[in-house]
Design a protein around this ligand. Sequence first.
Ligand code: SAJ
Length: 423
Amino acid sequence: MSIKKICVIGLGYIGLPTASTFASNGIDVVGMDVNQEIINQLKQRNVHIFEPGLRELVEKVIDSGKLSLSVEVVQADAYIIAVPTPFLEDKRADMRFVSAAAESIVPHLKQGNLVILESTSPPRTTVDLVAPILEQSGLKAGIDFSLAYSPERVLPGKILEELINNSRVIGGIDQTSAIAGRDLYKVFVKGEIILTDATTAEMVKLMENTSRDINIAIANEFCRLADKFGVDIWEAIQIANLHPRVKILKPGIGVGGHCISVDPWFLVEADPEDSPLVLTARRVNDSQPEFVAQAITRAFGELSGRKVAILGLAFKADVDDLRESPAVELAHLLINQGARLTAYEPYKPNANLPGISMHNNLDQLIQESELIIVAVAHRQFRSLNPGKYSNLENERKIFDAVNIWNKSDWEVAGFKYGGLAKK
Ligand code: SAJ
């Protein structure tokens, strides 16, 4: 089957780069999003997501006419569902966007079409949720149309590059569906394309992110132990990692973003009895902002009434995404302790977060604050020169929660230094 036209449903962090990449490879793509504002903005070439190279790519494919935009699903040869799968209050996956996306395809579905689910989903979603919805069209999955699950595996900050070069797993509800999926993605994927069944592909995606979550959790747990025993965790990890089979990840202020802090819950939800380790890792990582908040007060005393600046609110370095961000959580914990906190986030300078006041001038904020906490390793913070602030009169303090600053440089500039599990 030759695919000339694709409809990508959901123009977020994954849908928009995917739609644009297909379009730049000669396919006619309709990017669909239910959010009229996103569509309006994109039509004016305003890209709502910061991702290196994305704005230029989107502009190019809109200008060339290969990417068009719509608030409604349109008839196409293939449909890609790339909508969010957040979790509910009780951490169960919220599948309403996936269901709604599948329902919106039903009136357009034709014999010979291909439908791909990309959204991270609990095991069996493609077979048990998406297929029955699509079959309301009267067509049979695997007989009249192809259906596959193909998770994105791209790293925010490197999405466009990884989309093309990473290996890609495609899980068909049958062999023909997997092959149809491969024929579609091979348009731009240079990495290996591995075919399997849909439920295996769903598990693979969840296993990847869960194993990273668990590995970060052990780094965070080591950090707490090191702090207790007066060990510099950064030095200890560096030495341990010289062992040829040890690769401890970085401790930090916790795990955020829309993937790693969410996906493991889909396994816990699917089978709580058999996932105690997954659950514990989630709890360790979720409580890391609290540990960091305590480490800050241990270093510098109670924060009530004091002027505190937090540098970085994004969920990780050099992205603009604040979803599930441990830095936001840390800010709230410090505010709850009575700190007069102001935040600076270079990638979202005017972020609108309840209770958090923003500053858009870093130098000024540093000069006005008694305690400066660096919570995210953004490039702008890594290259900060403490000498610039050496003429400040009152005693100033910094707390480096992500180990990006040199202790002695700040001390020479007259700052009292504190760092996460740092000697
Ligand atoms: N983090 C640490 N220590 C580390 C590494 C990360 O504390 O050593 C924190 C980060 O600061 C961040 C969180 O973990 O808060 C997650 O960051 P990340 O860079 O590990 O991952 P994401 O969420 O940006 O992207 C992940 C990737 N998955 C894996 O590496 C297994 C990516 O390939 C997936 O495509 C993406 O999730 C996704 O969309 O599922």
